[in-house]
Design a protein around this ligand. Sequence first.
Ligand code: PLP
Length: 365
Amino acid sequence: MKKIPFWETDVGNKDYEYQKKIFSLNYPNEGEYVKKLEDKVKKILQVKFCTALPSGTSAMFVALKILNLKSDDEVIVPNITFAATANAVSMASAKVVLVDVNTETLNIDINDLKKKINKKTKVIMPVHISGRSCDMTNIIKIAKKKKIKVIEDAAEAFLSKNKKKYLGTIGDMGCFSLSPNKIFTSGQGGLLVTNNKKYFDKIKVFKTQGRVGITSGGDDLHISKGGNFKLSNISAGLALSQLSYIYKRKKKLIQNYKIYKKNLNFKQFKILKFDVNNKELPLWTDVVCDRRNKLYNYLKKNNIICRKFWFPLSKRNFYSNQKHSSFKNTKKIENKIMWLPSSFLMKKKDQLTVIRKIKNFYQVS
Ligand SMILES: Cc1ncc(COP(=O)(O)O)c(C=O)c1O
């Protein structure tokens, strides 16, 4: 039986054709194709400013860095997220404070968030897991009241909406990943968006070694410290040609989720809800299930490849000194959460095989 993967990238001849234009320019550095990508993303997400960077992690790092955080400033990160969110905070030399997650959404838990905020809290980083929106209304309300910044980790949420607004455009800044298991990819890459001109100006300077304007590499004016966080024209070109497929992919991802949701609904196995009517986009379908590891292995033996969730950050003491046992919701679900095969290339008959095998495992009809 053919493998049914968790995800498949679709980079091919059409992208290659587009690349030919870029190679003919003989300008692989950051240039006009990066600008084209940034302009296109601004239009799609209806946001004022966009900067392309080498990864989602670097987008978060740069967003944090331009806030000039001090070593005892605290940044709130949900306990269940990819390590990148916490790593970005550590690289920006601030302190990671972990907050428990909601068991229904896997996103940051508002009650625990309120408890963890204190005078040192400078930033909240909500993570829209699998494209599912965090409770942005409450997060923004809390942040405004306490004068805390919000940087959305929207790595998995490009094109997903919270009612009228695109995720990543609601807080002070938003960060996206263009790695290969996203709705569109540049190989590796990231996007940082904001509606705040002051932030955008700082991002532009920081991402090019603290320089202003067009740079020559020689006698440029450095007005601050910085780094090299540029994306190449080649990567931007791949992202641009990939962007032309996102609406077709979006349709298929929603269809994948709806088919799973309709067919897999029983006590031991719960598909987590997406508010698709309010324009949430399920990038990956995630589940909370009993005997997860056994199910994972059983499916793998049948050539069906799922993806287990990340270990909670509280299990690694280099992220935080908060006790793992204090995260009650995390503890309830940490060994039960998994992503189902979610590719936009998945055939309907393969998806029905996944559903049948899961039902076989739990012996439900
Ligand atoms: C939730 C989350 N945050 C951050 C990242 C980091 O993005 P990148 O791999 O582009 O650095 C990812 C990557 O997939 C992610 O899933």
